[in-house]
Design a protein around this ligand. Structure first.
Ligand SMILES: [Zn+2]
Length: 309
């Protein structure tokens, strides 16, 4: 039996922000196709996500925010504009519930010893969604919901969140700041979207801004010398990953020059730490990545490393 679960849901394909939007349903298709073509699909445990409960969402976000998204979900044929690049269609609310529920399915399987790690191929992504605000292609913060669930259901007191998306995880930081049970480590291109780095970060949120043009050497040095030592010292009981592949050199939205091998290198480092600290427990969530080719090759490199093959 595989030690890695691949969690997704058909509803995540029905969230559509319009023709030409880079955060498209094709992103999930591209990853699934690459999993089949590479043969990896035969060796993961494929599981459907479940809808998150509205109660858990309201413990992660403000109740006001959850109700606003729920009440304003549009009917078929209409769109609701949340900000200049974030929209909802009739499928978005359900997609967001299944995306936010994927971490619960992953954690239940891990703590039931059915597998040791999981990749959640879900959308909309989540790491820009703040406590009281959707933005940047994100409606609810999937990884923060998973952290809340891990605290409540499994009583974890040391949860690490590693965010290697090219954009800063402002939403995750907004939700987990000042929570000593969570360590948030985010590397990102700077200056760059969302242009909202807090003047004074809280002690549990560590920032690793790297310039445009960042390549494999700079990225790996940053992780080897700065990020991973902090992670080891925290001795986490669980590692959650915001896995964005928009730092890839082929990505059309950002300006880093990472390659597939950087994603497998970093994943192997995280596995080694998880093996030493927490019996290999890792849950990874799809965030960005907008070149379908680079997304599928980067994500399969990441998943292959999770599978240890
Ligand atoms: Zn991103």
């Amino acid at each position: 039996m595989s030690q890695t679960a691949f969690i997704s849901h058909p509803s995540c394909l029905l969230h559509d922000m319009g023709h030409d939007h880079p955060e498209s349903p094709d992103r999930i298709h591209a990853i699934q196709d690459a999993m089949i073509q590479s043969g990896l699909a035969n060796f993961v445990q494929k599981l459907p996500s479940h809808k998150v409960s509205i109660d858990l969402l309201k413990q992660t976000h403000t109740p006001r925010h959850v109700e606003r998204i729920q009440q304003h979900a549009p009917i078929k044929g209409q769109y609701l504009n949340i900000d200049e690049d974030t929209r909802m269609n009739h499928g978005s609310f359900d997609a967001a519930l299944y995306a936010a529920g994927s971490g619960m399915v992953a954690l239940d399987g891990i703590f039931d010893h059915k597998f040791s790690n999981a990749f959640c191929a879900i959308r909309p992504p989540g790491h820009h969604a703040e406590k009281d605000k959707s933005m940047g292609f994100c409606l609810f913060n999937n990884i923060a919901v998973a952290a809340t669930y891990a605290q409540q259901q499994y009583k974890l007191t040391r949860i690490a969140i590693v965010d290697f998306d090219v954009h800063h995880g402002n939403g995750t930081e907004d939700i987990v700041k000042n929570d000593p049970a969570i360590l948030f480590l985010s590397s990102y291109q700077y200056p760059f979207y969302p242009y909202a780095i807090p003047e004074k970060a809280s002690a549990n949120c560590l920032h690793y801004p790297l310039p445009a043009g960042t390549d494999s050497d700079t990225f790996r040095q940053c992780y080897s010398q700065r990020v991973l030592p902090e992670l080891r010292a925290f001795n986490p009981q669980l590692i959650l990953i915001s896995a964005g592949f928009d730092g890839h050199r082929s990505d059309p939205l950002a300006d880093w020059n990472l390659v597939d091998n950087d994603y497998s290198w970093l994943t192997k480092q995280l596995i080694e730490i998880a093996d030493n600290c927490c019996e290999g427990r890792i849950v990874s969530f799809l965030e960005g990545g907008y070149s379908l080719t680079a997304l599928s090759s980067g994500a399969t490199a990441h998943i292959r490393a999770l599978m240890r093959i």
